[in-house]
Design a protein around this ligand. Structure first.
Ligand code: T4K
Length: 391
Protein backbone atom coordinates (compact mmCIF):
# COMPACT_ATOMS: atom_id res chain seq x y z
CA UNK A 1 0.00 0.00 0.00
CA UNK A 2 1.35 3.46 -0.81
CA UNK A 3 2.89 5.53 1.97
CA UNK A 4 1.54 9.04 2.45
CA UNK A 5 4.29 11.23 3.84
CA UNK A 6 3.42 14.55 2.25
CA UNK A 7 0.66 16.13 0.14
CA UNK A 8 2.64 15.15 -2.99
CA UNK A 9 1.65 11.52 -2.27
CA UNK A 10 -2.08 12.32 -2.47
CA UNK A 11 -4.11 11.20 -5.48
CA UNK A 12 -5.69 14.69 -5.72
CA UNK A 13 -2.14 15.88 -6.50
CA UNK A 14 -1.67 13.31 -9.25
CA UNK A 15 -0.28 10.30 -7.33
CA UNK A 16 -1.82 6.84 -7.86
CA UNK A 17 -4.80 6.13 -5.60
CA UNK A 18 -4.03 4.33 -2.33
CA UNK A 19 -6.58 1.60 -3.08
CA UNK A 20 -7.12 -0.17 -6.40
CA UNK A 21 -10.66 -1.20 -5.38
CA UNK A 22 -13.14 1.15 -3.71
CA UNK A 23 -13.41 0.98 0.10
CA UNK A 24 -17.10 1.34 0.95
CA UNK A 25 -18.73 2.60 4.14
CA UNK A 26 -21.51 0.03 4.00
CA UNK A 27 -19.70 -3.21 3.08
CA UNK A 28 -21.94 -6.09 4.23
CA UNK A 29 -20.79 -8.34 7.08
CA UNK A 30 -21.61 -11.91 6.11
CA UNK A 31 -21.38 -14.88 8.48
CA UNK A 32 -20.67 -18.50 7.62
CA UNK A 33 -21.62 -19.07 3.98
CA UNK A 34 -22.03 -22.83 4.46
CA UNK A 35 -24.64 -22.24 7.16
CA UNK A 36 -26.48 -19.89 4.83
CA UNK A 37 -26.34 -22.36 1.90
CA UNK A 38 -27.62 -25.18 4.14
CA UNK A 39 -30.56 -23.07 5.35
CA UNK A 40 -31.29 -21.98 1.77
CA UNK A 41 -31.18 -25.62 0.61
CA UNK A 42 -33.63 -26.68 3.32
CA UNK A 43 -35.89 -23.82 2.29
CA UNK A 44 -35.95 -25.02 -1.33
CA UNK A 45 -36.66 -28.59 -0.18
CA UNK A 46 -39.63 -27.33 1.86
CA UNK A 47 -40.91 -25.17 -1.00
CA UNK A 48 -41.93 -22.54 1.52
CA UNK A 49 -40.48 -19.18 0.54
CA UNK A 50 -42.52 -16.50 2.32
CA UNK A 51 -45.62 -15.88 4.48
CA UNK A 52 -44.50 -16.58 8.03
CA UNK A 53 -42.32 -19.56 7.15
CA UNK A 54 -40.29 -21.59 9.67
CA UNK A 55 -37.08 -19.61 9.14
CA UNK A 56 -38.82 -16.28 9.83
CA UNK A 57 -40.44 -17.77 12.93
CA UNK A 58 -37.08 -19.04 14.19
CA UNK A 59 -35.45 -15.71 13.36
CA UNK A 60 -38.12 -13.82 15.33
CA UNK A 61 -37.66 -16.12 18.33
CA UNK A 62 -33.89 -15.69 18.28
CA UNK A 63 -33.96 -11.91 17.86
CA UNK A 64 -36.52 -11.53 20.67
CA UNK A 65 -34.38 -13.67 22.95
CA UNK A 66 -31.14 -11.83 21.97
CA UNK A 67 -32.77 -8.49 22.79
CA UNK A 68 -34.71 -9.72 25.82
CA UNK A 69 -38.10 -8.54 24.46
CA UNK A 70 -41.36 -10.47 24.21
CA UNK A 71 -42.10 -9.88 20.54
CA UNK A 72 -40.12 -9.47 17.34
CA UNK A 73 -42.28 -8.79 14.28
CA UNK A 74 -39.93 -9.29 11.32
CA UNK A 75 -40.57 -7.22 8.21
CA UNK A 76 -39.27 -6.65 4.70
CA UNK A 77 -37.27 -3.53 5.65
CA UNK A 78 -36.88 -0.93 8.38
CA UNK A 79 -38.91 1.75 6.57
CA UNK A 80 -42.03 -0.41 6.29
CA UNK A 81 -41.52 -1.47 9.92
CA UNK A 82 -41.49 2.23 10.90
CA UNK A 83 -44.66 2.89 8.89
CA UNK A 84 -46.46 -0.09 10.38
CA UNK A 85 -45.42 0.83 13.93
CA UNK A 86 -46.45 4.49 13.43
CA UNK A 87 -49.82 3.41 12.06
CA UNK A 88 -50.39 0.70 14.69
CA UNK A 89 -49.68 3.24 17.45
CA UNK A 90 -52.30 5.57 15.98
CA UNK A 91 -49.95 8.54 15.54
CA UNK A 92 -51.60 11.45 13.71
CA UNK A 93 -51.13 15.17 13.03
CA UNK A 94 -47.55 16.07 13.96
CA UNK A 95 -44.79 13.84 15.30
CA UNK A 96 -41.48 15.19 16.61
CA UNK A 97 -38.32 13.64 15.15
CA UNK A 98 -34.72 14.68 14.67
CA UNK A 99 -33.74 16.05 11.26
CA UNK A 100 -30.29 14.58 11.90
CA UNK A 101 -31.15 11.00 10.86
CA UNK A 102 -31.50 8.97 7.68
CA UNK A 103 -34.40 10.51 5.76
CA UNK A 104 -36.48 7.31 6.13
CA UNK A 105 -37.44 8.37 9.69
CA UNK A 106 -39.19 11.47 8.32
CA UNK A 107 -40.48 9.75 5.17
CA UNK A 108 -42.20 7.02 7.19
CA UNK A 109 -44.31 9.70 8.90
CA UNK A 110 -44.97 11.71 5.75
CA UNK A 111 -46.06 8.56 3.92
CA UNK A 112 -48.67 8.05 6.66
CA UNK A 113 -50.04 11.59 6.18
CA UNK A 114 -48.28 12.82 9.35
CA UNK A 115 -46.15 15.99 9.50
CA UNK A 116 -42.64 15.30 10.78
CA UNK A 117 -41.65 18.23 13.01
CA UNK A 118 -37.88 18.48 13.41
CA UNK A 119 -36.30 19.11 16.81
CA UNK A 120 -32.65 19.96 17.35
CA UNK A 121 -29.96 17.64 18.67
CA UNK A 122 -27.30 17.65 21.35
CA UNK A 123 -24.10 18.36 19.35
CA UNK A 124 -22.06 16.04 21.59
CA UNK A 125 -24.21 12.92 21.18
CA UNK A 126 -25.96 13.76 17.85
CA UNK A 127 -29.21 12.58 19.49
CA UNK A 128 -32.42 14.53 20.22
CA UNK A 129 -32.12 17.30 22.79
CA UNK A 130 -35.10 16.89 25.19
CA UNK A 131 -35.41 20.67 25.70
CA UNK A 132 -35.63 21.17 21.95
CA UNK A 133 -38.33 18.48 21.81
CA UNK A 134 -40.39 20.34 24.43
CA UNK A 135 -40.18 23.52 22.36
CA UNK A 136 -41.67 21.82 19.29
CA UNK A 137 -44.85 20.47 20.99
CA UNK A 138 -48.11 21.94 19.65
CA UNK A 139 -51.78 20.98 20.10
CA UNK A 140 -51.41 18.78 16.96
CA UNK A 141 -48.48 16.75 18.34
CA UNK A 142 -49.37 13.10 18.82
CA UNK A 143 -45.98 11.53 19.34
CA UNK A 144 -42.19 11.50 19.40
CA UNK A 145 -39.83 9.22 17.52
CA UNK A 146 -36.38 9.12 19.12
CA UNK A 147 -33.52 7.85 16.97
CA UNK A 148 -30.58 6.01 18.54
CA UNK A 149 -28.16 7.58 16.10
CA UNK A 150 -24.90 5.79 15.34
CA UNK A 151 -26.03 3.04 17.75
CA UNK A 152 -25.88 5.39 20.76
CA UNK A 153 -29.09 5.42 22.81
CA UNK A 154 -31.27 8.52 22.58
CA UNK A 155 -32.15 10.15 25.96
CA UNK A 156 -34.80 7.52 26.60
CA UNK A 157 -35.87 8.50 30.15
CA UNK A 158 -36.14 12.21 29.36
CA UNK A 159 -38.18 11.54 26.22
CA UNK A 160 -40.45 9.14 28.14
CA UNK A 161 -41.07 11.85 30.80
CA UNK A 162 -42.00 14.38 28.10
CA UNK A 163 -44.30 11.85 26.43
CA UNK A 164 -45.99 11.02 29.77
CA UNK A 165 -46.39 14.69 30.71
CA UNK A 166 -48.04 15.59 27.40
CA UNK A 167 -49.92 12.35 26.70
CA UNK A 168 -47.81 11.58 23.60
CA UNK A 169 -46.90 8.24 22.04
CA UNK A 170 -43.20 7.44 22.07
CA UNK A 171 -41.34 4.99 19.87
CA UNK A 172 -37.74 4.64 18.76
CA UNK A 173 -36.00 4.26 15.43
CA UNK A 174 -33.34 1.76 16.48
CA UNK A 175 -32.10 1.13 12.92
CA UNK A 176 -28.48 1.63 14.05
CA UNK A 177 -28.78 0.08 17.48
CA UNK A 178 -29.08 -3.69 17.14
CA UNK A 179 -27.34 -4.99 20.27
CA UNK A 180 -26.66 -1.53 21.78
CA UNK A 181 -27.60 -0.74 25.39
CA UNK A 182 -29.17 2.10 27.36
CA UNK A 183 -28.27 2.12 31.07
CA UNK A 184 -27.03 -1.43 30.61
CA UNK A 185 -30.30 -2.73 29.15
CA UNK A 186 -30.46 -3.91 25.57
CA UNK A 187 -32.27 -1.52 23.24
CA UNK A 188 -35.59 -2.94 22.03
CA UNK A 189 -37.68 -2.57 25.18
CA UNK A 190 -38.02 1.22 25.28
CA UNK A 191 -41.02 3.36 24.35
CA UNK A 192 -44.11 1.61 22.99
CA UNK A 193 -41.91 -0.20 20.46
CA UNK A 194 -38.58 0.07 18.68
CA UNK A 195 -37.83 -0.42 15.01
CA UNK A 196 -34.72 -2.12 13.66
CA UNK A 197 -33.20 -2.14 10.17
CA UNK A 198 -31.36 -5.18 8.87
CA UNK A 199 -30.30 -3.56 5.59
CA UNK A 200 -27.20 -4.92 3.83
CA UNK A 201 -25.16 -1.94 5.03
CA UNK A 202 -25.95 -2.43 8.73
CA UNK A 203 -23.64 -4.21 11.18
CA UNK A 204 -26.20 -7.01 11.18
CA UNK A 205 -28.08 -7.69 7.96
CA UNK A 206 -30.72 -9.92 6.36
CA UNK A 207 -29.96 -8.57 2.81
CA UNK A 208 -32.96 -6.24 3.26
CA UNK A 209 -35.08 -6.47 6.39
CA UNK A 210 -36.31 -4.89 9.54
CA UNK A 211 -38.44 -5.53 12.60
CA UNK A 212 -40.59 -3.90 15.20
CA UNK A 213 -39.86 -5.18 18.70
CA UNK A 214 -42.03 -4.66 21.76
CA UNK A 215 -43.19 -6.10 25.07
CA UNK A 216 -46.79 -5.07 24.28
CA UNK A 217 -48.86 -8.16 23.27
CA UNK A 218 -51.68 -6.19 21.69
CA UNK A 219 -49.41 -3.89 19.69
CA UNK A 220 -47.39 -6.88 18.44
CA UNK A 221 -50.57 -8.64 17.33
CA UNK A 222 -51.77 -5.52 15.47
CA UNK A 223 -48.43 -5.16 13.69
CA UNK A 224 -48.47 -8.87 12.73
CA UNK A 225 -51.89 -8.38 11.16
CA UNK A 226 -50.84 -5.17 9.41
CA UNK A 227 -47.73 -6.68 7.81
CA UNK A 228 -49.87 -9.40 6.17
CA UNK A 229 -52.80 -7.43 4.67
CA UNK A 230 -54.76 -7.74 7.93
CA UNK A 231 -55.40 -11.49 7.43
CA UNK A 232 -56.41 -13.39 10.57
CA UNK A 233 -56.64 -16.69 8.66
CA UNK A 234 -57.73 -17.75 5.19
CA UNK A 235 -60.27 -15.33 3.67
CA UNK A 236 -60.66 -13.38 6.91
CA UNK A 237 -59.37 -9.80 6.86
CA UNK A 238 -59.85 -8.14 10.25
CA UNK A 239 -57.59 -5.10 9.92
CA UNK A 240 -56.35 -2.70 7.22
CA UNK A 241 -52.91 -3.88 6.21
CA UNK A 242 -50.07 -3.88 3.75
CA UNK A 243 -47.38 -6.30 2.60
CA UNK A 244 -44.53 -5.93 5.07
CA UNK A 245 -43.51 -9.58 5.37
CA UNK A 246 -39.94 -10.78 5.68
CA UNK A 247 -39.19 -13.61 3.25
CA UNK A 248 -37.50 -16.90 4.13
CA UNK A 249 -34.19 -16.28 2.35
CA UNK A 250 -33.75 -13.06 4.35
CA UNK A 251 -34.41 -14.93 7.58
CA UNK A 252 -31.79 -17.52 6.50
CA UNK A 253 -29.28 -14.69 6.12
CA UNK A 254 -30.35 -13.28 9.50
CA UNK A 255 -29.92 -16.61 11.29
CA UNK A 256 -26.48 -16.98 9.70
CA UNK A 257 -25.41 -13.48 10.66
CA UNK A 258 -26.76 -13.70 14.21
CA UNK A 259 -24.12 -16.36 14.87
CA UNK A 260 -21.43 -13.93 13.67
CA UNK A 261 -22.73 -10.73 15.24
CA UNK A 262 -20.52 -10.71 18.34
CA UNK A 263 -17.43 -11.13 16.13
CA UNK A 264 -18.59 -8.26 13.92
CA UNK A 265 -19.00 -6.00 16.95
CA UNK A 266 -15.54 -6.95 18.23
CA UNK A 267 -14.00 -6.24 14.83
CA UNK A 268 -15.80 -2.88 14.52
CA UNK A 269 -14.66 -1.94 18.00
CA UNK A 270 -11.04 -2.67 17.11
CA UNK A 271 -11.45 -0.53 13.97
CA UNK A 272 -12.93 2.31 16.04
CA UNK A 273 -10.01 2.14 18.47
CA UNK A 274 -7.48 2.05 15.62
CA UNK A 275 -9.05 5.09 13.91
CA UNK A 276 -9.18 6.99 17.23
CA UNK A 277 -5.50 6.26 17.90
CA UNK A 278 -4.38 7.07 14.34
CA UNK A 279 -6.24 10.40 14.26
CA UNK A 280 -5.85 11.61 17.86
CA UNK A 281 -2.77 13.76 17.23
CA UNK A 282 -4.32 15.73 14.38
CA UNK A 283 -5.66 19.02 15.78
CA UNK A 284 -9.12 19.93 14.51
CA UNK A 285 -10.11 16.32 13.78
CA UNK A 286 -11.89 13.97 16.18
CA UNK A 287 -13.54 10.58 16.04
CA UNK A 288 -16.96 10.57 17.73
CA UNK A 289 -16.53 8.55 20.94
CA UNK A 290 -19.19 6.21 22.30
CA UNK A 291 -19.96 5.83 25.99
CA UNK A 292 -17.55 3.14 27.30
CA UNK A 293 -20.15 2.15 29.93
CA UNK A 294 -22.63 1.15 27.22
CA UNK A 295 -22.56 -1.40 24.42
CA UNK A 296 -22.50 -0.14 20.84
CA UNK A 297 -22.01 -1.95 17.55
CA UNK A 298 -19.27 0.59 16.69
CA UNK A 299 -20.63 0.30 13.19
CA UNK A 300 -20.27 3.98 12.33
CA UNK A 301 -16.88 5.67 12.42
CA UNK A 302 -17.92 9.31 12.56
CA UNK A 303 -15.20 11.89 12.04
CA UNK A 304 -15.88 15.51 13.02
CA UNK A 305 -13.91 18.26 11.30
CA UNK A 306 -13.58 21.53 13.26
CA UNK A 307 -13.52 24.90 11.59
CA UNK A 308 -9.91 25.32 12.80
CA UNK A 309 -8.75 22.43 10.57
CA UNK A 310 -7.07 23.79 7.42
CA UNK A 311 -9.16 21.70 5.03
CA UNK A 312 -12.95 21.75 4.95
CA UNK A 313 -15.06 18.64 5.41
CA UNK A 314 -15.85 18.65 1.69
CA UNK A 315 -12.18 18.93 0.72
CA UNK A 316 -11.41 15.93 2.93
CA UNK A 317 -14.15 13.95 1.19
CA UNK A 318 -12.73 14.86 -2.24
CA UNK A 319 -9.23 13.82 -1.14
CA UNK A 320 -10.49 10.50 0.29
CA UNK A 321 -12.60 9.69 -2.75
CA UNK A 322 -9.61 10.32 -5.05
CA UNK A 323 -7.85 7.53 -3.09
CA UNK A 324 -10.85 5.22 -3.69
CA UNK A 325 -11.96 5.66 -0.06
CA UNK A 326 -15.70 6.25 -0.48
CA UNK A 327 -16.32 8.21 2.74
CA UNK A 328 -19.83 9.62 3.20
CA UNK A 329 -21.42 12.80 4.58
CA UNK A 330 -24.22 10.96 6.42
CA UNK A 331 -26.78 12.55 7.04
CA UNK A 332 -25.96 15.82 5.34
CA UNK A 333 -27.67 18.18 4.76
CA UNK A 334 -30.25 17.01 7.34
CA UNK A 335 -33.79 15.96 6.43
CA UNK A 336 -35.02 19.56 6.90
CA UNK A 337 -32.90 20.64 3.92
CA UNK A 338 -34.14 17.87 1.62
CA UNK A 339 -36.70 19.00 -0.91
CA UNK A 340 -39.94 17.56 0.51
CA UNK A 341 -39.22 18.96 3.97
CA UNK A 342 -37.54 22.17 2.80
CA UNK A 343 -40.77 22.94 0.95
CA UNK A 344 -42.74 22.18 4.13
CA UNK A 345 -40.49 24.14 6.53
CA UNK A 346 -38.40 26.66 4.56
CA UNK A 347 -37.04 28.28 7.74
CA UNK A 348 -36.41 25.12 9.80
CA UNK A 349 -32.69 25.86 10.10
CA UNK A 350 -33.49 28.73 12.45
CA UNK A 351 -34.51 26.27 15.17
CA UNK A 352 -31.90 23.64 14.29
CA UNK A 353 -28.52 25.34 14.90
CA UNK A 354 -26.82 22.22 16.26
CA UNK A 355 -28.12 20.07 13.41
CA UNK A 356 -26.80 22.64 10.94
CA UNK A 357 -23.38 22.72 12.60
CA UNK A 358 -23.00 18.95 12.89
CA UNK A 359 -24.23 18.38 9.31
CA UNK A 360 -21.37 20.53 8.01
CA UNK A 361 -18.67 18.72 9.98
CA UNK A 362 -19.25 14.99 9.62
CA UNK A 363 -17.39 12.40 7.56
CA UNK A 364 -18.34 8.72 7.94
CA UNK A 365 -15.40 6.39 7.26
CA UNK A 366 -15.27 2.77 6.03
CA UNK A 367 -15.31 -0.01 8.60
CA UNK A 368 -16.66 -3.56 8.93
CA UNK A 369 -15.08 -7.00 8.77
CA UNK A 370 -14.08 -6.54 5.11
CA UNK A 371 -11.84 -3.54 5.84
CA UNK A 372 -8.12 -4.48 5.62
CA UNK A 373 -6.54 -3.66 9.01
CA UNK A 374 -3.66 -1.59 7.57
CA UNK A 375 -6.15 0.52 5.59
CA UNK A 376 -6.98 2.53 8.71
CA UNK A 377 -3.51 4.04 8.99
CA UNK A 378 -3.50 4.95 5.29
CA UNK A 379 -6.97 6.55 5.52
CA UNK A 380 -5.84 8.51 8.57
CA UNK A 381 -2.64 9.62 6.79
CA UNK A 382 -4.72 10.94 3.88
CA UNK A 383 -6.84 12.96 6.33
CA UNK A 384 -3.73 14.25 8.12
CA UNK A 385 -2.12 15.31 4.83
CA UNK A 386 -5.19 17.34 3.91
CA UNK A 387 -4.15 19.93 6.52
CA UNK A 388 -0.85 20.69 4.75
CA UNK A 389 -2.43 20.38 1.28
CA UNK A 390 -4.89 23.18 2.00
CA UNK A 391 -2.97 25.34 4.48
N1 T4K B 1 -33.79 4.79 10.07
C1 T4K B 1 -32.46 4.98 10.05
C2 T4K B 1 -31.84 5.79 11.15
C3 T4K B 1 -31.67 4.42 9.04
O1 T4K B 1 -30.34 4.63 9.03
C4 T4K B 1 -32.29 3.65 8.04
C5 T4K B 1 -31.50 3.08 6.96
C6 T4K B 1 -33.69 3.45 8.11
C7 T4K B 1 -34.40 4.04 9.14
C8 T4K B 1 -34.44 2.65 7.10
O2 T4K B 1 -34.12 1.28 7.15
P1 T4K B 1 -34.23 0.40 5.76
O3 T4K B 1 -35.58 0.62 5.19
O4 T4K B 1 -33.10 0.83 4.85
O5 T4K B 1 -34.06 -1.02 6.28
C9 T4K B 1 -28.00 3.23 3.25
C10 T4K B 1 -29.04 2.15 3.45
O6 T4K B 1 -29.76 1.88 2.25
C11 T4K B 1 -30.02 2.44 4.54
O7 T4K B 1 -30.56 1.19 4.93
C12 T4K B 1 -29.35 3.04 5.76
N2 T4K B 1 -30.29 3.45 6.79
C13 T4K B 1 -28.51 4.24 5.36
C14 T4K B 1 -27.79 4.81 6.55
O8 T4K B 1 -27.54 3.82 4.42
P2 T4K B 1 -27.50 4.75 1.19
O9 T4K B 1 -28.40 5.51 0.28
O10 T4K B 1 -26.37 5.48 1.78
O11 T4K B 1 -27.01 3.40 0.50
P3 T4K B 1 -25.89 3.18 -0.61
O12 T4K B 1 -26.51 2.40 -1.72
O13 T4K B 1 -25.23 4.47 -0.96
O14 T4K B 1 -24.87 2.21 0.11
C15 T4K B 1 -24.00 2.68 1.13
C16 T4K B 1 -22.61 2.14 0.90
O15 T4K B 1 -22.59 0.74 1.06
C17 T4K B 1 -22.07 2.40 -0.50
O16 T4K B 1 -20.73 2.84 -0.36
C18 T4K B 1 -22.12 1.05 -1.18
C19 T4K B 1 -22.02 0.05 -0.06
N3 T4K B 1 -22.77 -1.19 -0.30
C20 T4K B 1 -24.13 -1.11 -0.33
C21 T4K B 1 -24.88 -2.25 -0.53
C22 T4K B 1 -26.39 -2.17 -0.59
C23 T4K B 1 -22.10 -2.38 -0.45
O17 T4K B 1 -20.87 -2.40 -0.43
N4 T4K B 1 -22.84 -3.53 -0.65
C24 T4K B 1 -24.21 -3.52 -0.68
O18 T4K B 1 -24.83 -4.58 -0.83
O19 T4K B 1 -28.45 4.19 2.33
Amino acid sequence: MKQIRSPADLAINGAAPAFAEPLHVGRPNVGNRETFMRLAGEMFDRQWLSNNGPLVQEFERRVASYLGVKHCVAMCNGTIALEIAICALGMTGEVIVPSWTFVATAHALYWQGITPVFADIDPHTHNLDPDAVRRMITPRTSGIIGVHLWGRAAPVDELQSIADEHGLKLMFDAAHAFGSTYKGQTIGRFGACEVLSFHATKSFNTFEGGAAVTDDDELAETMRLMRNFGFAGYDNVVHPGTNGKMIEICAAMGLTNLDAHEDVIASNRRNHEAYTAALEDIPGISVLAYDPEERNSYHYIVLEVDEEFAATRDQIIVALQAENILARKYFWPGAHKMKPYRDLFPHAQLVLPNTEKVAKSVVVLPTGTALPRDAIQTISDVIGSCASRWS
